[in-house]
Ligand binder design. Structure first.
Ligand code: GUN
Length: 285
């Protein structure tokens, strides 16, 4: 029996509606600054979608574009300016950044209370200790999608493929917090198929098209596909298309995780503004 598709587009639309209602009810200024460095076309599209979602939710957009030749000092100066701007309650620096930029240093420069990506070590540390603040948007969106489809995580075996700081590692931690037994796989994992075949829940976040094949999926497993790569055959996920003949529940590409990332970003943006307006306590300060 083919898998049931987890409709991220529909759930994200609902979340965005809720966020818009919340923004209207709160009546505080909420502004999201997006920073795009360079001219990567895919990044430009992602950032534009984030800004459009902001406007639709009643969040004020502040968009800044810098050339690909921008220096570390110039980017740090912009982050400092946005940290100091009270109208800006959320800051998102789109990654990847050009090679001359030290990405980790830029992320550390963002005031953690404005870090709507949840990438700052302060927020990552709170998440590690089970004290959620601003969670990275893609993992948070995945968790909301799994909850919506009543996926039982407690006692489940979850396998995450991909160990990035932004997706793989935080997703593993959030699954662990929901009492799944988590295995985190990566490019050096021997016999990936044998490990993935153990999983009740698979999260594929390697950024390599069709890295997870149908033969690796246990029949009936829940499969979350984070990958999105443009090929001559269109957009391809990290999970092979025929996995839908084996999985029980599956996220489509596009229309699965992607829209949920934007919805989770909006939730974070409101949360960050509430911290800054003293409506919610930010851990440690
Ligand atoms: N690049 C791809 N996804 C993301 C994201 O969620 N946040 C940022 N800042 N950059 C990204």
């Amino acid at each position: 029996m083919p898998a049931t598709m987890m409709d991220g587009t529909a759930l994200a639309a609902r979340v965005r509606g809720q966020v818009a209602d919340e923004v209207a009810a709160l009546g505080i200024p909420i502004g999201l600054a997006t920073v795009l460095v360079g001219d990567d076309p895919a990044s430009a599209i992602y950032v534009r979608r984030k800004q459009e979602a902001c406007v639709e939710a009643g969040i004020e957009p502040f968009h800044r574009e810098l050339p690909g030749s921008t220096s570390q000092e110039q980017l740090l100066a912009l982050v400092a300016e946005l940290n100091a701007d009270e109208r800006v309650t959320g800051i998102l620096v789109q990654v990847p950044l050009p090679d001359q930029i030290d990405e980790a240093e830029v992320i550390r420069a963002i005031n953690p209370i404005k870090d709507v990506d949840g990438f700052h070590p302060t927020n990552a540390g709170h998440m590690l200790q089970g004290n959620p603040t601003l969670l990275p948007a893609t993992p948070a969106g995945i968790m909301e999608l799994l909850a919506k489809y009543n996926v039982q995580l407690k006692g489940s075996r979850a396998v995450v493929v991909g160990r990035s700081n932004n997706v793989g590692k935080p997703t593993a931690l959030l699954l662990l917090a929901q009492h799944a037994t988590v295995v985190l796989c990566h490019s050096r994992t021997p016999d990936l198929g044998a490990v993935v075949r153990q999983a009740d829940v698979v999260v594929a976040a390697v950024g390599r098209p069709e890295a997870v094949t149908a033969a690796m999926i246990r029949p009936g497993a829940v499969v979350v596909d984070v990958g999105i790569t443009r090929t001559d055959d269109g957009l391809v996920g990290d999970v092979a298309r025929d996995a839908r003949e084996v999985a029980g529940l599956l996220t489509p590409v596009p229309g699965g995780v992607g829209p949920m990332t934007i919805a989770a970003l909006l939730r974070n943006t409101v949360r960050a503004a509430r911290y800054q307006h003293g409506m919610l306590a930010f851990p440690g300060g």
